[in-house]
Ligand binder design. Structure first.
Ligand code: IMP
Ligand code: MG
Length: 333
């Protein structure tokens, strides 16, 4: 830390939620602040056998001493946010930037009914694209206009910058993944904003020189939901055989799957100026590594895979996910 930005290296669903939840527990940041698009993301983590999902709050929500902030670039669905605040009993430590855009029912209706969005792009139907379109037209409502949010409003960029000036730890949480970026992904099969590290910092209101580390999170294989190309895509049958079949946490849609893509990963390292890498779901690729927390105990095959990633990408793999529980991590920092 002190200022660590986490981003997805592929198409989202890399397991960022679990990594952020682990870091929040392990490193105890003063602030966790969320950038990214909005409630189209679903971050999942498990702690002491219970599974949690967040779509609006930072995945640091389980650490009661971390303040949970949402940056101005993030779209807020007030209903989802208020539910999550209640679920994590976080009403005294959650803050939303006054200038967060607000998703209304009409945005969700448009997202679900426009053929281009629904059938071609295959959006999550959560209203984020239409809301960001309205934001560009400067007609979108902002958080400061919503009475139900009045308790939670603050200037998030000030809070984050003041904390960093005071030498406190700040965890900046990106959502989606590099190749869903509106600018750097495979348009039009992308989300409605830039979600690389620079975009995430802009969402939150910190300049590029404020960041100490960028952690790019990759899954041990690649998955994607919705339309768009996926190199070396496996058949459903093959994905099932390998145990790579997953279902989206927001939409429940079946995810498409492919082997780890070194070329995509290399470019993601450049686009995000990654200084560290996390590889998640290593236990799916190497079942003998399930729940291990010690590098020395990993199998030769698993170590070789990690070393190949480091060799090809030129960045250290600092965190390795070996299971769904928050602490199922090999921490090599
Ligand atoms: P939208 O962000 O809902 O507009 O969807 C645009 C594209 O991004 C679709 O292919 C979605 O499946 C994908 N997408 C958006 N958010 C996520 C996410 O958090 N994980 C995985 N895919 C996502
Ligand atoms: Mg997800």
């Amino acid at each position: 830390m002190p200022c660590l930005v986490t981003v997805g290296g592929f198409f989202g669903d890399e397991g960022k939620g679990k990594i952020v939840a682990y870091l929040a527990k392990r490193d105890n940041p003063t602030i966790a602040v969320r950038g990214g698009v909005g409630p189209n993301a679903g971050h999942t983590f498990a702690f002491e056998g219970k599974e949690y999902k967040v779509r609006m709050l930072p995945s640091a929500a389980l650490n009661p001493s971390t303040r949970l902030l949402i940056g101005a670039g993030v779209l807020v669905n007030p209903r989802i946010l208020l539910n999550e605040i209640a679920m994590f009993k976080a009403d005294d430590r959650t803050y939303v930037d006054a200038q967060c855009g607000i998703i209304e029912q009409q945005h969700i209706d448009r997202d679900k009914s426009e053929d281009h969005l629904k059938s071609k792009v295959g959006t999550t139907g959560t209203g984020t694209g239409p809301a960001n379109a309205d934001r560009a037209l400067r007609t979108l409502k902002l958080a400061k206009d919503i009475p139900e949010l009045s308790l939670y409003i603050e200037d998030v960029s000030n809070s984050v910058n003041f904390a960093l000036e005071a030498g406190e730890k700040v965890l900046v949480e990106g959502t989606q993944g590099t190749y869903l970026s509106l600018f750097h992904g495979g348009y039009p099969y992308v989300t409605s904003r830039d979600v690389t590290a620079s975009g995430i910092c802009s969402d939150v209101g910190i300049g590029p020189k404020r960041v100490d580390d960028v952690l790019a999170v990759f899954k041990a294989y690649v998955t994607r939901v919705g339309g768009g190309p996926l190199e070396n895509e496996l058949s459903e049958e093959e994905a099932k055989k390998r145990g790579w079949l997953e279902f989206g946490s927001v939409t429940g849609r079946q995810r498409r799957a492919a082997p780890f893509d070194f070329e995509l990963a290399k470019k993601a390292v450049r686009l995000n100026s990654a200084t560290q890498i996390a590889v998640t779901k290593m236990d799916v690729l190497f079942p003998e590594c399930a729940r291990m927390r010690d590098w020395n105990k990993l199998s030769a095959g698993a170590k070789k895979f990690v070393e190949e990633i480091e060799g090809e990408l030129g960045v250290k793999v600092t965190l390795i996910g070996t299971g769904p529980e928050l602490d199922d991590v090999v921490d090599r920092r």
